[in-house]
Design a protein around this ligand. Structure first.
Ligand SMILES: [Ca+2]
Ligand SMILES: [Ca+2]
Ligand SMILES: [Ca+2]
Length: 260
């Protein structure tokens, strides 16, 4: 019995000392468990993930590293963020720093910024998606070929989204010729085609509609829809497309711009 008691005492002593010390100093904390940047991830976890322990949002997409881990998105990929929540990334400060400010609606020109209301009743503006290859698809409710494109659009986006591709649907019209589109209509459009990228109103008196008309008048739009424009990472209008069934052709250009 005696040796057993001695061994117990030897083990217990350092533990007791440790506990006492913790009590005196306000708590002994394993340095690996510290969450310096307050993103919900401790140093050990950040080290495993490869995230920056001093930066809550390592990839700068607006979702903290901890949120991205919870949501299953990649905290190291700025193009990987939670969608379907009505919260989009915002890289407009980078656009401003780069001096991006378009004024002309034409091919090979920097496309002007615009604001629009999306299916989540949020105002978005084009330049917040600076750094993406963006396809703006001007469509209308009465247009059958537009609906054909909308049918496969989510899947199309998914194919390239984490490489930096974004689709925006700008609905110019829901009744033939009226130029009117409602919040209810774009919400229905997004729901019907299960679209989680921005779907925005571009009816009368909206900036996207002005952009559409400018493109129409400049001759970039050949006069029929779906009418799509492809912008590169610097917001330059690379190419315009009219009609449906052009996905594989556009994809080749997208891949080219994304360096895939
Ligand atoms: Ca942290
Ligand atoms: Ca992030
Ligand atoms: Ca991310």
């Amino acid at each position: 019995m005696r040796p057993f008691h001695l061994a117990s005492l030897l083990v217990a002593l350092p533990l007791a000392a440790c506990t006492d010390k913790a009590g005196d100093t306000g708590g002994f904390i394993d340095p690996g468990l510290v969450d310096e940047d307050g993103d919900g991830l401790d140093l050990n976890t950040e080290s495993e993930l490869g995230t920056d322990p001093t930066l809550a949002d390592t990839d700068g997409d607006g979702w903290s590293d901890g949120e991205e881990v919870d949501l299953g998105t990649d905290p190291l990929n700025r193009f990987s963020w939670d969608y379907g929540s009505g919260r989009w990334p915002d890289f407009s400060a980078e656009a401003e720093a780069a001096g991006v400010a378009g004024t002309a609606w034409d091919t090979d020109e920097v496309f002007p910024d615009f604001t629009a209301t999306d299916q989540f009743e949020q105002e978005i503006h084009l330049y917040q998606f600076y750094g993406y290859v963006i396809l703006i698809d001007f469509s209308a409710g009465w247009c059958g070929p537009c609906r054909d494109v909308a049918e496969g659009a989510e899947e199309w986006w998914e194919e390239y989204r984490e490489d930096g591709f974004l689709i925006i649907h700008a609905i110019i019209d829901n009744n033939f010729g009226t130029g009117n589109v409602s919040e209810t209509f774009i919400q229905g459009w997004a729901e019907q085609y299960d679209l989680e990228f921005p779907v925005v109103m571009a009816g009368n008196d909206t900036e996207p509609n002005d952009a559409y008309l400018e493109l129409y008048n400049s001759g970039v739009n050949e006069g029929y829809i779906p009418f799509m424009i492809l912008l590169d990472q610097d917001m330059t209008l690379v190419r315009a497309y009219s009609g449906s069934g052009l996905e594989s052709s556009i994809s080749r250009k997208v891949e080219n711009l994304l360096g895939l």
